[in-house]
Design a protein around this ligand. Structure first.
Ligand code: COA
Length: 185
C-alpha cells in the first residue's frame, strides 16, 4: 500500500540507500569509501541539510543544500541547493516537491536570505510547476534560480533576478562576487 512520502534528515545508516542515488544524480568522484566519508562529514556539519525521502518504507530520493554563510558586509546568508533526486520509478508522485519544500523551509528557518540553485533543462518544468522561473543566463542549458526570502511573496513565489553562467561552484561564486561589489541591500 502506498503512503505519503516522508522527508527526514539522513543518517549514517542511510548510506547504502543513498549511494546509488548519488550516481543517478550525476558524476561521483573517487571510491565509495571516500564518498561515504564525505557523506559523514556533511551529516555532522551544521551548514548542510541532507534529507532523504522515504516512500513505502524505502529511501527513494534525497536533497542536499548548504548554507554558505554570511556576506562579510551585508550579513546576508546564501544557501545553495546542490542536489535533488528522486528514483525514476517513483517520479510524478509529489516526492521531488516534498523534498524541495523541506529544503526551502530549512533555508527560511535558518535565516538564510538567498536560496539558489541551477537545474538541467529536463528539470525546469518541475521547478516551473512549483512556481519558479529560471534565468537562462549565459549557459542556457543550466538555468539559474534564486529565492530571495526578503521579497518572497506569501504564495512562496519570489521575484527572480541576476544571472550566472555555470552549474558549478564557480558560477555561484561569480554571482556572490557580483553581490559583493554591490552596496549592501
Ligand atoms: C526533477 C525531479 C526531482 C522531480 O521529482 P518528482 O518526484 O517527479 O517531482 P513531483 O512528482 O514532486 O512533481 C511536482 C510537480 O512537477 C511536475 N513535474 C515533475 N517533473 C516534471 C517534468 N519533467 N515535466 C513536467 N512536469 C513535471 C509534476 O507533474 C508535478 O505536478 P503536479 O503538482 O501538477 O502533480 C526528478 O525528475 C529527478 O530526480 N530528476 C533527475 C535529477 C534532477 O534533474 N534534479 C533536479 C536538479 S537540481
Amino acid at each position: 500500500m502506498s503512503s505519503a512520502p516522508r522527508i527526514r534528515r539522513a543518517t549514517s545508516e542511510d548510506w547504502d540507500a543513498v549511494w546509488p542515488l548519488l550516481h543517478g544524480m550525476g558524476k561521483v568522484a573517487g571510491p565509495e569509501d571516500a564518498a561515504r566519508q564525505r557523506f559523514g562529514r556533511i551529516l555532522r556539519s551544521h551548514d548542510h541539510y541532507l534529507v532523504v525521502a522515504v516512500y513505502d518504507n524505502v529511501v527513494v530520493g534525497y536533497g542536499w543544500a548548504q548554507d554558505y554563510g554570511a556576506h562579510l558586509r551585508t550579513g546576508d546568508r546564501t544557501a545553495r541547493l546542490h542536489d535533488l533526486f528522486v528514483r525514476p520509478e517513483r517520479r510524478g508522485c509529489g516526492i521531488g516537491a516534498a523534498i524541495f519544500r523541506a529544503v526551502r523551509e530549512w533555508a527560511r528557518q535558518e535565516g538564510v536570505r538567498y536560496l539558489e540553485w541551477q537545474a538541467s533543462l529536463s528539470a525546469v518544468p518541475f521547478y516551473e510547476r512549483l512556481g519558479y522561473t529560471g534565468d537562462p543566463c549565459p549557459q542556457p542549458e543550466y538555468p539559474y534560480f534564486e529565492i530571495d526570502f526578503a521579497i518572497e511573496s506569501p504564495s512562496g513565489i519570489s521575484v527572480l533576478r541576476d544571472t550566472t553562467s555555470d552549474t558549478s561552484t564557480p558560477a555561484a561564486s561569480s554571482k556572490r562576487a557580483a553581490r559583493s561589489q554591490a552596496m549592501p541591500r
